[in-house]
Ligand binder design. Sequence first.
Ligand SMILES: *Cc1c(COP(=O)(O)O)cnc(C)c1O
Length: 472
Amino acid sequence: MPESFIQHYLRSLPAVDRVMQEKTLTSIAAEVPRTLVVEAVQEIINEKREAMRRTAGEEELKNIDASPSTLALEVLERIRDKMELNLRPVLNASGVLLHTNLVRAPLAPEAVEAVKNTAVHFTNLEISLKTGRRASRYEHVEELLCRLTGAEAALVVNNNAAAVLLALNTMAAGREVIVSRGELVEIGGSFRIPEVMAQSGAVLVEVGTTNKCYLRDYRRAIGEQTALLLKVHTSNYKIVGFTASVEPAPLVKLAGEHGLPVMEDLGSGVLIDLTRYGLPPEPRVQDSIAAGVDLVTFSGDKLLGGPQAGIIVGRKKYLQEMKDNPLLRALRVDKFTLSALEATLRLYLDEGEAARRIPVLRMLTGPVGPLQARAQKLAAELDKKLGRHYTVSVSGEKARVGGGSLPLVLLPSFQVVLESLQISAGELVQKLRKARLPVIARVKKDRVLLDLRTIREEEDGPLLETIVDALT
Ligand SMILES: *Cc1c(COP(=O)(O)O)cnc(C)c1O
C-alpha cells in the first residue's frame, strides 16, 4: 500500500477541538475537568493514528471509523474508566473462598459498621476513658482475644508474617530456633520460614526429615544456644503416606524439661470446631493454648474472617517483651483494623452467630441446597436475557477454600455455566472481568463457571445485571 494513501487517511483524522465540540463531550463538561477530557481525546486520536499505520491494506483502513462522533463515544468510555477507582469491589464467582489475589474476604456487617464509625469520628485509640491518661491501642482487643483463646495475653500486628517476625526477633535473636524439616513452609510466594527466621536474627536449626520428625529429633538438637522450639502449621499442603510429626503437647513437655518455650505458627487461626459442619478437623487456637503452647500466631483474614492482621496470643511475660520491642512500632496496626477485628471477634462469643454473620464462615459451612436453587434461578433468567448466542446451564462442581487454608477440602457447590456460540471461554471470562462491576469466574473445559458458593445471596441481583450488561 503506497505511503501517500495512508497519509490521506491520517489527514482525515479530526482535530482535538473538533472532537471536543461533539455533544457527547460538551454534556459532561460540568462533571469532568477539561484537562482530563482533552487528554483522553488526544489519547484516542493517537491510538487511531497508530491503528491506521499498522493496517495491511485498504479494506482494513476503510474499516477504521474515525468520525468525530465515534471518537467522542470512545473518549467518554475512556473517561469513565479513568474516573473509576483503581481498587474497587468485584464479584468473586471463582469458587475459591479465600482467593489470594482478591485478598482476602469481605467483612461481617458488624465489622463494616465499626470501621465506618472509626473513619468518621475521632476515637479513643490511645486514651483510657476511665483515667483520661495515655493508653495502649493494643488493649482494645486483648481481653476479648484472651477470653476466646484462653491465653494470658495478646497482641495484634499488621499481618501474621509480622507476628512471626516480631515473635522470633523478641524470643530468639542471636540464638537458635528448632523447626521440623517438614514444616519449613512457603506461603503466598513470599512468606518463607527460613527467610523470616534470617530477618529476625534467629538461627534456624532444622531437625527430622521432610516426611518424618520425632520427639527425639528435637531432643537431640537442644543445646546451649537453643531459645525456642517452633511448630509451623502446614496450612497450604499436606504430607501424606509414610509420615510422622510431633503434636504440641509432647513438644511442650520436652521443652519444659529444658526450661524452653514453644511457639506455634498456626497460619489460619480457626476459633470454631469445623468438624461440626462436616469439615475435616483443623487445629484451633484454643487447643494449642490448652496444650501448653507458650505463643501462638495466626492471621486475622484467613478462616477467622476479619481484617488483615497478625495475632499473637500466649504468656504474659513474652507478650510484654514483644510490646517493649522497638520493632513493634514498624509493624503496628491502624485504628480501622482494630475496630474491624474487635467487631469480628465479638461475634465469636456465640459460635453459631459467628458462622451465620461472618461471610467466610458462612460460605465455608453453609449447606449446598440453597446454592442449587439460586444457580437454577439465575441460569433461567440469564437464558432468557442473553439470547440465542449463549447457552446457559447448571453444574455441580466443587469449590475450594484457597488462601493457604484447608488445601485438600472440596466444598459441595453449584455453578451457572456459560458458553458462547461465537467467542471462546477465555474471551468470555475477560469480558466478565472487564465489566463495570467486575466478575471473577473460572474456565473449565472451555466453559465459563460462575460458582455460587463465593457469591452472597444479596449479590445475585447485581451479578445477573452485570453479566447481562457485559454480554449484550
Ligand atoms: C498464611 C500464613 C502465614 C502468613 O500470614 P499473613 O497474614 O498472610 O501474613 C504465616 N504462616 C502460616 C503457617 C500461614 O498459613
